[in-house]
Design a protein around this ligand. Structure first.
Ligand code: UN1
Length: 513
């Protein structure tokens, strides 16, 4: 089989056959059992990573606590300078890291590079932010008094990330948290531990060059139990978790129990509304990329297409034709559009969802199935499918992390389409295809989409890092990445200073001695 430069990428990123999975920077250890990372691309084992025991974890937390004392006193723009250097490091390693992301996770090489680009972009964003982190000043009601607010770092931020964006989501959190003065402990998905090891090595080099202490960037590895070391730990004021709604509910309950903060980025059930005024050509491109890009494993992937009856057949025929052109195969081969899904469990969920859609009355327009034979030995390559359904079907209400697109017909006006779009428990991303201003503005209004992301004339996925990223309802309510998402990584303090010679009380209260 063709290597596509994988061995070279692994060597460049210092990935060995066996790797320590716990790190406080330049110090690597990990005495737990090993996780073997195998590629969904060819089913081969890539390398192993040792997991983090409770003892290892304690060592990590005490290093992080120690490091925080130093890091919080480094001026924010100087912390930004270190993040800037990390961005440069990522530019230098963009190709091997993009390739490793593609090989370990299964997304196309182009998307692997795109993911590393998101990391570079968030570093740039964080560098600018490091000279801002603004609070407001306000006027005191008392004479000779001044009031203002400021933001201070929180301490240790725990980051739990998912397999589908194995490196970018970590960087959105960590780059902001670092300029805010926090130190971070990262547990990557146990399905993609090697990209975690690679990133940690890159940042460790930068921190060492700047003579920074161990503990500013930490890595731990393992399953949910290792995640629980952090969610139950009072020493970690903020847990940022990305993954399923089931996982998020558990994290929220555990962190809430100790009144810690959690930032949750959970499932989506994203729809594109296609009105009679849609540009059909644009719609098809947006919908196909949204549904089959990353093999339907983005939290922003397009799951539902809500199409007006007057253009339904036209859209359906164009989609079926487009699906006929899709090339499924090795994602490192740039001729292919669709790579594998993550593992055999995901394949099982995909098959089950298709079965359920049929049982509930769905009409299969492009049939699915698992590919076999030459090039498909991993068993993780599945055919993108399209099923015509009703929005109310149980299976349509759920997020299946696979390339299944549900087609839903609406009649009536755009309000009917919006009602269908909102009638799910998730609230991450949404879009409308229309050249009609009234439809577009209604969709964006307070009686329009109830999602954290609402787009006009683009698909549901592929958000830029400059906006706040996240969603409502069972998506968890958290916001990461751009805009003022940084505020969650800091604690807010209101300060009132009296420079007069008296001590007047607020609210005009008299208290004379
Ligand atoms: C995710 O799937 O968890 O908006 C993140 C997008 C990407 C990020 C997706 N920029 O599709």
């Amino acid at each position: 089989t063709q290597d596509f430069g994988i061995s070279e990428a692994l060597a460049t990123l210092y990935i060995q056959e066996t790797n320590n999975g716990t790190s406080t920077g330049n110090d690597w250890f990990g005495s737990g059992e090993s996780i073997v990372s195998s590629s969904p691309v060819d089913g081969l084992s890539i390398a192993s990573v040792s997991t983090t025991t409770k003892e290892d974890y304690e060592k990590v937390v005490s290093k992080a606590q120690e490091a925080f004392k130093t890091w919080r006193m480094v001026p924010a723009p100087a912390r930004g300078e270190i993040v800037r250097q990390f961005g440069d490091k990522l530019r230098e390693y963009k190709e091997p890291l993009g390739k490793l992301v593609s090989y370990e996770m299964g997304k196309s090489y182009q998307e692997g590079l795109g993911e590393v680009q998101e990391m570079i972009d968030i570093c740039d964003f964080a560098v600018g932010l490091s000279r801002q982190l603004h609070g407001f000043t306000m006027h005191s009601e008392r004479p000779g008094h001044r009031m203002y607010e400021q933001y201070h770092p929180l301490g240790i931020v725990g980051i739990i990330s998912a397999f589908n964006f194995p490196v970018a989501v970590w960087s959105w959190n960590t780059a902001l948290a670092w300029v805010c003065g926090d130190v971070c402990i990262w547990k990557p998905s146990e399905k993609t531990p090697l990209t975690g090891v690679a990133c940690q090595q890159l940042i460790a080099e930068v921190l060492k060059k700047n003579e920074m202490p161990e503990g500013i960037s930490c890595l731990i590895n393992g399953n949910g139990e290792v995640g629980e070391f952090m969610t139950t730990d009072k020493r970690i004021p903020l847990i940022s978790a990305t993954g399923s709604t089931r996982m998020g509910k558990k994290v929220a309950a555990t962190v809430g129990e100790r009144l810690g903060k959690s930032l949750l980025e959970l499932g989506g059930n994203n729809a594109i509304i296609v009105t009679p005024n849609a540009d059909i050509k644009m719609t098809v491109i947006g919908a196909v990329f949204g549904a089959v890009g990353t093999a339907g494993q983005r939290c922003t992937s397009t799951r539902r297409l809500i199409v007006h009856e007057s253009v339904f057949d036209q859209v359906k025929d164009a989609l079926v034709a487009a699906y006929g052109q899709l090339k499924i195969g090795n994602p490192l081969d740039e001729n292919n559009h669709v790579g594998p899904i993550i593992d055999s469990d995901a394949v099982r969920m995909y098959l089950m969802a298709l079965e359920k859609a049929k049982t509930e009355g769905g009409n299969v327009l492009v049939s699915g199935g698992v590919l076999e034979g030459n090039g498909y030995e991993s068993g993780c390559y599945v055919k993108p499918a399209i099923v015509e359904v009703e929005n109310s079907y149980n299976i349509v209400q759920q997020e299946t992390f696979a390339p299944i697109l549900y087609l839903i017909k609406y009649s009536g006006d755009v309000e009917d389409a919006i009602a269908l779009q909102n009638d799910v428990v998730q609230g991450l991303s949404s879009a409308i295809m229309t050249s009609n201003l009234r439809e577009a503005e209604l969709f964006l209004s307070q009686k329009g989409s109830d999602c954290g992301i609402a787009n006009v004339n683009i698909g549901t996925s592929g958000a830029e890092i400059g906006g706040a990223f996240g969603g409502e309802k069972e998506t968890g309510g958290g916001r990461e990445s751009g805009s003022d998402a940084w505020k969650v990584y800091m604690r807010r303090q209101t300060n009132t200073i009296n420079y007069s010679t008296g001590l007047p009380l607020a609210q005009g209260i008299k208290f004379d001695l």
